[in-house]
Design a protein around this ligand. Structure first.
Ligand code: ZN
Length: 299
């Protein structure tokens, strides 16, 4: 099932895609009548199997007047915000770890963990604002996003995917100059406002039969910059969940960005960074595609 948020008369509303009819979305609030149904995707996750079952029923036989055309909707980030900072894995693809080491003349290092502030969350087709007075090296990172569905700590790898609700697309936009400054921690360079486009929806996990065989691509102005596959992850999704949850509870509605493959801008020769007017297309095949334009905000 495909769940999304859209704007209507200034409000965020929950939509669910109709299985049989591509391009049709059921406006859950308009369809629910007197039944109490979730108003957003966090509510669906918290509602568990019962909420999913009721939404499935709604999608298969929607009430009159509740069906909207996807093309007519202004889609918003699925979570704004998710439960807590976006949890991120750095260097989770070997070739990306190697390109980064080459570009900075350092040793290849193992994967690491960092987070992005909740204020980075941005919509699937929203503009991304950059300010050259703050950073002149804004870079792209296509990533598979994992949405947690059940709370847990010390989750075993064999059981990890049972804690997943679904998947989405994340662009972990990064200010490389800030990432390398500020004492060497990554949080600041990863947390500029609006630097985490997400969406365009959350696909429930039953629609992704093998999360480790998804093609990831990122294009800038139509030119392919990243083209890889989730099978190349150093830590696959189940191992990421096991690793993150050691002594640290993962909550339903948390969003995990699972790392980016090779082809980022700073590691190119010469390095490439985003400029005003650039259009990024960030795609995880079978999950979705984000399209974001860079705009400049002068200081
Ligand atoms: Zn990243």
């Amino acid at each position: 099932m495909k769940l999304l948020m859209f704007r209507d008369s200034g409000h965020r509303r929950l939509g669910v895609a109709r299985d049989a009819t591509a391009g049709e979305i059921v406006d859950v609030a308009a369809a629910s009548g007197r039944a109490t149904l979730p108003v957003d995707i966090l509510g669906v996750i918290d509602g568990g199997d019962d909420a999913l079952r009721r939404l499935r029923e709604l999608a298969s036989s929607p009430a009159a007047g509740s069906v909207r055309k996807l093309a007519d909707l202004e889609l918003l980030a699925p979570f704004d915000p998710p439960r807590g900072n976006v949890l991120c894995i750095g260097r989770n693809y070997q070739k990306h770890a190697e390109e980064g080491a080459r570009a900075t003349n350092t040793q290849v290092e193992p994967p690491t963990i960092f987070t992005k502030a909740i204020t980075t969350i941005n919509g699937p087709y929203a503009d991304v604002t950059i300010n050259p007075a703050i950073s002149t090296s804004i870079d792209w990172e296509v990533e598979l996003g994992v949405v947690m569905g059940r709370a847990g700590d010390n989750i075993r790898r064999a059981n990890a995917l049972n804690h997943v609700f679904g998947y989405t697309v994340v662009n972990d936009i990064t200010a490389r100059d800030l990432q390398k400054g500020w004492g060497g921690q990554w949080f600041k360079g990863k947390s500029l406002d609006g630097s985490c486009p997400t969406g365009p929806w959350v696909l429930t996990k039953d629609e992704v039969p093998d999360v480790q065989s998804l093609r990831l691509r990122l294009r800038v102005n139509g030119v392919v910059k990243q083209d890889a596959n989730t099978r190349d992850m150093i830590y696959p999704v189940d191992a990421v969940i096991e690793w993150l949850s050691v002594g640290m509870t993962l909550l339903p509605g948390m969003l995990i960005a699972t790392g980016t493959p090779e082809g980022v801008g700073f590691a190119r020769n010469p390095p490439e960074f985003l400029r005003p007017g650039d259009v990024m297309e960030t795609e995880v095949q079978g999950v979705g595609l984000l399209r974001n334009t860079i705009v400049e905000r002068p200081s």
